[in-house]
Write a protein that binds this ligand. Structure first.
Ligand code: FDA
Length: 315
Protein backbone atom coordinates (compact mmCIF):
# COMPACT_ATOMS: atom_id res chain seq x y z
CA UNK A 1 0.00 0.00 0.00
CA UNK A 2 2.83 2.42 0.90
CA UNK A 3 4.58 1.49 -2.38
CA UNK A 4 1.39 2.33 -4.23
CA UNK A 5 1.10 5.72 -2.48
CA UNK A 6 4.74 6.54 -3.20
CA UNK A 7 4.35 5.62 -6.87
CA UNK A 8 1.17 7.69 -7.14
CA UNK A 9 2.78 10.74 -5.52
CA UNK A 10 5.84 10.65 -7.81
CA UNK A 11 3.91 10.07 -11.02
CA UNK A 12 1.27 12.71 -10.21
CA UNK A 13 3.96 15.35 -9.65
CA UNK A 14 6.09 14.22 -12.61
CA UNK A 15 3.17 14.39 -15.05
CA UNK A 16 2.56 18.12 -14.40
CA UNK A 17 3.69 20.06 -17.49
CA UNK A 18 5.52 22.73 -15.42
CA UNK A 19 7.48 20.01 -13.61
CA UNK A 20 8.34 18.25 -16.86
CA UNK A 21 9.59 21.48 -18.43
CA UNK A 22 11.86 22.25 -15.49
CA UNK A 23 13.00 18.66 -15.03
CA UNK A 24 13.91 17.98 -18.69
CA UNK A 25 16.87 20.41 -18.65
CA UNK A 26 18.12 19.58 -15.19
CA UNK A 27 17.73 15.83 -15.26
CA UNK A 28 19.23 14.67 -18.53
CA UNK A 29 22.69 14.13 -17.01
CA UNK A 30 21.05 11.95 -14.33
CA UNK A 31 18.68 10.18 -16.70
CA UNK A 32 21.69 8.86 -18.59
CA UNK A 33 22.16 6.25 -15.92
CA UNK A 34 18.90 4.65 -17.13
CA UNK A 35 18.74 5.80 -20.76
CA UNK A 36 21.49 4.82 -23.22
CA UNK A 37 21.49 8.11 -25.13
CA UNK A 38 19.37 10.10 -27.54
CA UNK A 39 20.28 8.38 -30.82
CA UNK A 40 20.61 4.94 -32.46
CA UNK A 41 24.39 4.89 -32.35
CA UNK A 42 24.53 5.35 -28.58
CA UNK A 43 21.96 2.55 -28.14
CA UNK A 44 23.95 0.18 -30.35
CA UNK A 45 27.11 1.16 -28.46
CA UNK A 46 25.42 0.20 -25.19
CA UNK A 47 24.50 -3.26 -26.54
CA UNK A 48 28.06 -3.91 -27.73
CA UNK A 49 29.42 -2.84 -24.34
CA UNK A 50 27.05 -5.16 -22.45
CA UNK A 51 27.85 -8.06 -24.78
CA UNK A 52 31.41 -7.95 -23.46
CA UNK A 53 29.97 -9.18 -20.14
CA UNK A 54 27.81 -11.81 -21.81
CA UNK A 55 24.63 -9.70 -21.51
CA UNK A 56 22.34 -9.28 -24.52
CA UNK A 57 20.35 -6.16 -25.35
CA UNK A 58 16.71 -5.38 -25.89
CA UNK A 59 16.47 -2.03 -27.66
CA UNK A 60 13.63 0.35 -26.98
CA UNK A 61 13.12 3.61 -28.82
CA UNK A 62 11.33 5.82 -26.32
CA UNK A 63 8.13 7.50 -27.39
CA UNK A 64 4.85 7.67 -25.51
CA UNK A 65 1.50 9.25 -26.21
CA UNK A 66 2.40 9.92 -29.84
CA UNK A 67 -0.85 11.36 -31.12
CA UNK A 68 -1.29 11.74 -34.90
CA UNK A 69 -1.36 8.77 -37.31
CA UNK A 70 1.47 10.38 -39.32
CA UNK A 71 3.67 10.61 -36.20
CA UNK A 72 2.91 6.98 -35.31
CA UNK A 73 4.05 5.81 -38.74
CA UNK A 74 7.11 8.05 -38.54
CA UNK A 75 7.90 6.42 -35.20
CA UNK A 76 7.52 2.94 -36.72
CA UNK A 77 9.95 3.98 -39.43
CA UNK A 78 12.50 4.96 -36.78
CA UNK A 79 12.16 1.47 -35.31
CA UNK A 80 12.73 -0.06 -38.76
CA UNK A 81 15.91 2.01 -39.03
CA UNK A 82 16.97 0.79 -35.61
CA UNK A 83 16.54 -2.84 -36.67
CA UNK A 84 18.60 -2.23 -39.82
CA UNK A 85 21.30 -0.47 -37.78
CA UNK A 86 21.48 -3.31 -35.24
CA UNK A 87 21.82 -5.86 -38.02
CA UNK A 88 24.50 -3.76 -39.73
CA UNK A 89 26.43 -3.64 -36.44
CA UNK A 90 26.41 -7.45 -36.24
CA UNK A 91 23.70 -7.63 -33.55
CA UNK A 92 20.68 -9.90 -33.94
CA UNK A 93 17.92 -7.30 -33.60
CA UNK A 94 15.84 -7.61 -30.43
CA UNK A 95 13.53 -4.65 -29.88
CA UNK A 96 10.58 -3.72 -27.73
CA UNK A 97 7.72 -1.54 -28.93
CA UNK A 98 4.71 0.04 -27.33
CA UNK A 99 1.82 -0.52 -29.72
CA UNK A 100 0.33 2.87 -28.76
CA UNK A 101 3.44 4.54 -30.22
CA UNK A 102 2.85 2.97 -33.62
CA UNK A 103 -0.88 3.73 -33.79
CA UNK A 104 -2.81 1.12 -31.78
CA UNK A 105 -6.46 2.14 -31.55
CA UNK A 106 -6.29 4.41 -34.61
CA UNK A 107 -7.61 3.38 -38.03
CA UNK A 108 -5.24 3.39 -40.98
CA UNK A 109 -5.97 6.71 -42.79
CA UNK A 110 -8.30 6.40 -45.81
CA UNK A 111 -5.53 7.84 -48.02
CA UNK A 112 -3.49 4.73 -47.20
CA UNK A 113 -6.24 2.22 -47.78
CA UNK A 114 -8.14 2.59 -44.45
CA UNK A 115 -9.62 -0.43 -42.74
CA UNK A 116 -7.47 -2.04 -40.11
CA UNK A 117 -5.77 -0.79 -36.96
CA UNK A 118 -2.73 1.37 -37.67
CA UNK A 119 -0.82 -0.13 -34.72
CA UNK A 120 -1.22 -3.63 -36.11
CA UNK A 121 -0.22 -2.51 -39.60
CA UNK A 122 2.94 -0.83 -38.33
CA UNK A 123 3.76 -3.67 -35.93
CA UNK A 124 3.50 -6.09 -38.84
CA UNK A 125 6.18 -4.12 -40.72
CA UNK A 126 8.41 -4.10 -37.65
CA UNK A 127 8.06 -7.81 -36.84
CA UNK A 128 8.50 -8.66 -40.53
CA UNK A 129 11.76 -6.70 -40.67
CA UNK A 130 13.06 -8.27 -37.45
CA UNK A 131 12.22 -11.73 -38.78
CA UNK A 132 14.23 -11.03 -41.96
CA UNK A 133 17.33 -10.83 -39.76
CA UNK A 134 16.36 -13.68 -37.40
CA UNK A 135 15.43 -11.09 -34.76
CA UNK A 136 12.67 -10.61 -32.22
CA UNK A 137 10.09 -7.99 -31.22
CA UNK A 138 8.47 -7.81 -27.80
CA UNK A 139 5.16 -5.95 -27.53
CA UNK A 140 5.45 -4.07 -24.23
CA UNK A 141 2.35 -3.96 -22.05
CA UNK A 142 0.93 -0.55 -21.22
CA UNK A 143 -1.96 0.40 -18.92
CA UNK A 144 -4.86 -2.02 -18.32
CA UNK A 145 -7.12 -0.44 -20.93
CA UNK A 146 -4.80 -1.77 -23.64
CA UNK A 147 -4.43 -5.37 -22.48
CA UNK A 148 -7.28 -6.85 -24.56
CA UNK A 149 -6.27 -5.22 -27.82
CA UNK A 150 -2.56 -5.93 -27.26
CA UNK A 151 -3.19 -9.63 -26.64
CA UNK A 152 -5.46 -9.84 -29.69
CA UNK A 153 -2.84 -8.19 -31.88
CA UNK A 154 -0.14 -10.41 -30.39
CA UNK A 155 -2.20 -13.46 -31.36
CA UNK A 156 -2.55 -12.13 -34.92
CA UNK A 157 1.19 -11.46 -35.23
CA UNK A 158 2.19 -14.88 -33.86
CA UNK A 159 -0.18 -16.39 -36.45
CA UNK A 160 1.60 -14.48 -39.22
CA UNK A 161 5.24 -14.58 -38.12
CA UNK A 162 5.55 -17.43 -35.60
CA UNK A 163 6.30 -17.39 -31.89
CA UNK A 164 10.09 -17.20 -32.42
CA UNK A 165 9.89 -13.60 -33.68
CA UNK A 166 7.28 -11.90 -31.52
CA UNK A 167 6.44 -11.95 -27.82
CA UNK A 168 4.52 -9.89 -25.31
CA UNK A 169 4.29 -9.04 -21.63
CA UNK A 170 2.03 -9.94 -18.71
CA UNK A 171 1.83 -7.84 -15.55
CA UNK A 172 1.60 -9.58 -12.18
CA UNK A 173 -0.30 -6.69 -10.55
CA UNK A 174 -3.36 -7.32 -12.73
CA UNK A 175 -5.92 -9.79 -11.35
CA UNK A 176 -6.57 -11.05 -14.88
CA UNK A 177 -3.00 -12.04 -15.83
CA UNK A 178 -3.09 -15.70 -14.73
CA UNK A 179 -6.14 -16.27 -16.91
CA UNK A 180 -4.55 -14.36 -19.78
CA UNK A 181 -1.46 -16.54 -19.53
CA UNK A 182 -3.52 -19.70 -19.73
CA UNK A 183 -5.54 -18.38 -22.64
CA UNK A 184 -2.35 -17.90 -24.67
CA UNK A 185 -0.89 -21.36 -24.03
CA UNK A 186 -1.97 -22.72 -27.42
CA UNK A 187 0.52 -20.31 -29.05
CA UNK A 188 3.47 -21.60 -26.97
CA UNK A 189 4.18 -17.90 -26.48
CA UNK A 190 7.39 -16.15 -25.51
CA UNK A 191 6.26 -13.97 -22.61
CA UNK A 192 8.03 -11.43 -20.47
CA UNK A 193 6.70 -11.46 -16.91
CA UNK A 194 6.83 -8.13 -15.06
CA UNK A 195 5.26 -6.81 -11.88
CA UNK A 196 3.67 -3.80 -13.65
CA UNK A 197 4.72 -0.15 -13.80
CA UNK A 198 1.54 1.90 -14.29
CA UNK A 199 -0.78 3.57 -11.83
CA UNK A 200 -3.75 1.20 -11.76
CA UNK A 201 -6.98 1.25 -9.72
CA UNK A 202 -7.76 -1.44 -7.13
CA UNK A 203 -10.63 -2.60 -9.31
CA UNK A 204 -8.12 -4.15 -11.70
CA UNK A 205 -4.82 -4.52 -9.82
CA UNK A 206 -3.58 -5.83 -6.47
CA UNK A 207 -2.86 -2.85 -4.22
CA UNK A 208 -0.48 -4.83 -1.97
CA UNK A 209 3.05 -5.63 -3.06
CA UNK A 210 3.02 -9.02 -1.31
CA UNK A 211 0.11 -10.13 -3.53
CA UNK A 212 1.87 -8.85 -6.65
CA UNK A 213 5.04 -10.77 -5.73
CA UNK A 214 3.08 -13.96 -5.09
CA UNK A 215 1.23 -13.62 -8.38
CA UNK A 216 4.54 -12.95 -10.14
CA UNK A 217 5.97 -16.26 -8.95
CA UNK A 218 2.79 -18.09 -10.02
CA UNK A 219 2.94 -16.60 -13.51
CA UNK A 220 6.59 -17.51 -14.01
CA UNK A 221 6.25 -21.04 -12.61
CA UNK A 222 3.12 -21.83 -14.63
CA UNK A 223 4.62 -20.51 -17.83
CA UNK A 224 7.80 -22.52 -17.36
CA UNK A 225 5.90 -25.67 -16.41
CA UNK A 226 3.81 -25.32 -19.57
CA UNK A 227 7.09 -25.57 -21.52
CA UNK A 228 7.09 -21.97 -22.77
CA UNK A 229 10.00 -19.57 -23.15
CA UNK A 230 9.88 -17.24 -20.16
CA UNK A 231 11.51 -13.86 -19.67
CA UNK A 232 11.87 -13.32 -15.95
CA UNK A 233 11.98 -9.53 -15.95
CA UNK A 234 12.66 -8.35 -12.42
CA UNK A 235 15.40 -6.97 -10.19
CA UNK A 236 13.92 -8.77 -7.20
CA UNK A 237 16.76 -10.95 -5.95
CA UNK A 238 14.52 -13.14 -3.78
CA UNK A 239 12.35 -13.98 -6.77
CA UNK A 240 15.42 -14.57 -8.95
CA UNK A 241 16.81 -17.00 -6.35
CA UNK A 242 13.44 -18.78 -6.14
CA UNK A 243 13.30 -19.12 -9.93
CA UNK A 244 16.81 -20.60 -9.95
CA UNK A 245 15.69 -23.19 -7.39
CA UNK A 246 12.45 -23.86 -9.27
CA UNK A 247 14.14 -24.59 -12.60
CA UNK A 248 16.65 -26.86 -10.91
CA UNK A 249 13.92 -28.80 -9.09
CA UNK A 250 11.84 -29.18 -12.27
CA UNK A 251 14.67 -29.97 -14.67
CA UNK A 252 14.01 -26.88 -16.78
CA UNK A 253 16.94 -26.14 -19.09
CA UNK A 254 18.75 -22.80 -19.04
CA UNK A 255 17.74 -22.17 -22.65
CA UNK A 256 14.02 -22.10 -21.82
CA UNK A 257 14.21 -18.81 -19.94
CA UNK A 258 16.21 -15.67 -19.43
CA UNK A 259 16.54 -13.00 -16.79
CA UNK A 260 15.82 -9.49 -17.96
CA UNK A 261 16.57 -6.23 -16.20
CA UNK A 262 16.53 -2.57 -17.03
CA UNK A 263 19.62 -0.77 -18.29
CA UNK A 264 21.52 0.80 -15.42
CA UNK A 265 19.69 -1.08 -12.66
CA UNK A 266 21.42 -3.84 -10.67
CA UNK A 267 24.33 -4.04 -13.11
CA UNK A 268 26.16 -6.17 -10.52
CA UNK A 269 23.38 -8.75 -10.53
CA UNK A 270 23.15 -8.76 -14.34
CA UNK A 271 26.86 -9.51 -14.59
CA UNK A 272 26.89 -12.19 -11.89
CA UNK A 273 23.94 -14.06 -13.43
CA UNK A 274 25.61 -14.00 -16.85
CA UNK A 275 28.84 -15.28 -15.27
CA UNK A 276 26.84 -18.17 -13.74
CA UNK A 277 25.77 -19.18 -17.24
CA UNK A 278 22.21 -17.82 -17.22
CA UNK A 279 20.87 -15.94 -20.21
CA UNK A 280 20.61 -12.26 -19.29
CA UNK A 281 19.20 -9.40 -21.32
CA UNK A 282 19.12 -5.69 -20.48
CA UNK A 283 16.27 -3.51 -21.67
CA UNK A 284 18.00 -0.52 -23.24
CA UNK A 285 15.86 2.56 -23.76
CA UNK A 286 17.13 5.44 -25.84
CA UNK A 287 15.75 8.49 -27.60
CA UNK A 288 14.79 12.08 -27.00
CA UNK A 289 11.48 11.17 -25.40
CA UNK A 290 13.01 9.85 -22.16
CA UNK A 291 11.12 11.81 -19.51
CA UNK A 292 8.09 9.53 -18.85
CA UNK A 293 10.31 6.44 -18.75
CA UNK A 294 12.70 8.12 -16.31
CA UNK A 295 9.77 9.20 -14.07
CA UNK A 296 8.52 5.60 -13.83
CA UNK A 297 11.97 4.42 -12.70
CA UNK A 298 11.99 7.06 -9.96
CA UNK A 299 8.48 6.05 -8.97
CA UNK A 300 9.60 2.44 -8.49
CA UNK A 301 11.93 3.07 -5.60
CA UNK A 302 12.72 5.95 -3.22
CA UNK A 303 16.38 5.00 -3.71
CA UNK A 304 16.22 6.43 -7.23
CA UNK A 305 14.51 9.58 -5.97
CA UNK A 306 17.46 9.99 -3.59
CA UNK A 307 19.87 9.47 -6.50
CA UNK A 308 18.13 12.29 -8.39
CA UNK A 309 17.94 14.58 -5.36
CA UNK A 310 21.67 14.11 -4.64
CA UNK A 311 22.52 14.71 -8.31
CA UNK A 312 20.51 17.92 -8.41
CA UNK A 313 22.09 19.21 -5.20
CA UNK A 314 25.57 18.51 -6.59
CA UNK A 315 24.68 20.24 -9.88
P1 FDA B 1 10.46 -4.52 -7.17
O1 FDA B 1 9.88 -3.19 -7.56
O2 FDA B 1 9.79 -5.30 -6.11
O3 FDA B 1 11.95 -4.30 -6.80
C1 FDA B 1 12.78 -5.35 -6.30
C2 FDA B 1 14.13 -4.77 -5.99
O4 FDA B 1 14.75 -4.40 -7.21
C3 FDA B 1 14.09 -3.47 -5.19
O5 FDA B 1 14.15 -3.71 -3.82
C4 FDA B 1 15.31 -2.76 -5.69
O6 FDA B 1 16.43 -3.23 -4.99
C5 FDA B 1 15.41 -3.18 -7.11
N1 FDA B 1 14.79 -2.20 -8.02
C6 FDA B 1 13.58 -2.30 -8.61
N2 FDA B 1 13.34 -1.25 -9.41
C7 FDA B 1 14.43 -0.49 -9.30
C8 FDA B 1 14.79 0.75 -9.87
N3 FDA B 1 14.00 1.41 -10.71
N4 FDA B 1 15.99 1.27 -9.52
C9 FDA B 1 16.82 0.62 -8.67
N5 FDA B 1 16.52 -0.54 -8.11
C10 FDA B 1 15.34 -1.09 -8.41
N6 FDA B 1 6.31 -2.83 -16.81
C11 FDA B 1 5.16 -2.74 -17.52
O7 FDA B 1 4.12 -2.38 -16.97
N7 FDA B 1 5.16 -3.09 -18.86
C12 FDA B 1 6.28 -3.55 -19.50
O8 FDA B 1 6.21 -3.86 -20.69
C13 FDA B 1 7.48 -3.63 -18.74
N8 FDA B 1 8.63 -4.08 -19.32
C14 FDA B 1 9.75 -4.32 -18.53
C15 FDA B 1 10.88 -4.93 -19.06
C16 FDA B 1 11.94 -5.27 -18.25
C17 FDA B 1 13.14 -5.94 -18.83
C18 FDA B 1 11.88 -5.00 -16.83
C19 FDA B 1 12.99 -5.40 -15.91
C20 FDA B 1 10.78 -4.36 -16.31
C21 FDA B 1 9.71 -4.00 -17.14
N9 FDA B 1 8.61 -3.36 -16.62
C22 FDA B 1 7.47 -3.26 -17.37
C23 FDA B 1 8.68 -2.71 -15.27
C24 FDA B 1 8.14 -3.62 -14.17
O9 FDA B 1 6.75 -3.72 -14.28
C25 FDA B 1 8.50 -3.09 -12.77
O10 FDA B 1 7.93 -1.82 -12.60
C26 FDA B 1 9.99 -2.97 -12.51
O11 FDA B 1 10.69 -4.05 -13.05
C27 FDA B 1 10.28 -2.94 -10.99
O12 FDA B 1 9.84 -4.12 -10.40
P2 FDA B 1 10.81 -5.32 -9.94
O13 FDA B 1 10.26 -6.56 -10.54
O14 FDA B 1 12.20 -5.06 -10.28
O15 FDA B 1 10.57 -5.49 -8.41
Amino acid sequence: MIDQLYRKAVLTVAERPQVEKLARDKMWPLAQRFVAGENIQSAIGAVLELQKDGIQGNLDLLGEFIDSPAKCTEFAEQVLKLIDAAHAAGITPYVSIKLSSVGQGKPVPETEGGGEDLGLKNARRIVGKAKEYGGFVCLDMEDHTRVDITLQQFRTLVGEFGNAHVGTVLQAYLYRSLKDRESLDDLKPNIRMVKGAYLEPETVAYPDKADVDQNYRRLVYQHLKAGNYTNVATHDEKIIDDVKRFVLAHGIAKDQFEFQMLYGIRRDLQKSLAAEGYRVRAYIPYGRDWYAYFSRRIAETPRNAMFVAQGLLKG
